[in-house]
Design a protein around this ligand. Structure first.
Ligand code: AMP
Length: 187
């Protein structure tokens, strides 16, 4: 089963993705985590992505599709994956659909975590004090929200037109939201 998690930064995709991946026994493909590892290890990919990520802008679709293609080719991903933080643009939606079609798969479900900007700002400020992510500073957060609104939000309509989107109001406790995800997925 291939499930795609969408939502603004700080919506809880990462937290809920870990729980869902654990329940389904399939890996999570989180491009943000893979990019952060590349930056930490100063790989050529990391060196290319670092400044863009810290500014709060989106890394190029070409880089992202390269990462996703590599991940999907791994044996561990053969039974499906949870996509977390990818897809973020329409070219990525098309690219992921094409990659999956090439291996006889498709996105089976899109889950959208719906949360207000006000809630997001509070959560990201809290995360900054805990994780110290450079892109959680207020200026970068503003740019990430703009990138989300301008480039990622239109992707929802793309999926609405192709099979639909399950919307979950992502407010309340982690357990409460996980319960709603479980009900939506059926597991
Ligand atoms: P995240 O942890 O998913 O919020 O990602 C952190 C940062 O990595 C983003 O603000 C982008 O700069 C970059 N990034 C992660 N995934 C993508 C993606 N699918 N497309 C473009 N940029 C991405």
């Amino acid at each position: 089963m291939d499930i795609l998690l969408m939502g603004p930064p700080g919506a809880g995709k990462g937290t809920q993705g870990v729980l869902l991946a654990g329940r389904l026994g399939i890996p999570k493909v989180a491009t943000g985590d893979l990019l952060r590892d590349a930056v930490k290890n100063a790989t050529p990919l990391g060196l290319k992505a670092k400044a863009v990520m810290e500014s709060g802008a989106l890394v190029s679709d070409e880089i992202i599709m390269g990462i996703v293609g590599e991940e999907l080719a791994k044996p561990s991903c053969a039974r499906g994956v949870i996509f977390d933080g990818v897809v973020r643009t329409i070219p990525q939606a098309e690219g992921v659909a094409a990659l999956l079609a090439g291996i006889g798969r498709k996105i089976d479900m899109v889950i959208f975590f719906d949360v207000t900007d006000q809630e997001i700002l509070g959560r990201l400020e809290k995360r900054r004090t805990i994780e110290g992510r450079a892109d959680d500073d207020p200026a970068a957060v503003q740019r990430r929200l703009v990138a989300y609104r301008e480039q990622t939000a239109p992707v929802l309509a793309w999926y609405e037109a192709r099979g639909g989107v399950t919307r979950i109001p992502a407010v309340g406790t982690v357990d409460g939201i996980a319960g709603q995800v479980r009900d939506a997925v059926g597991r």
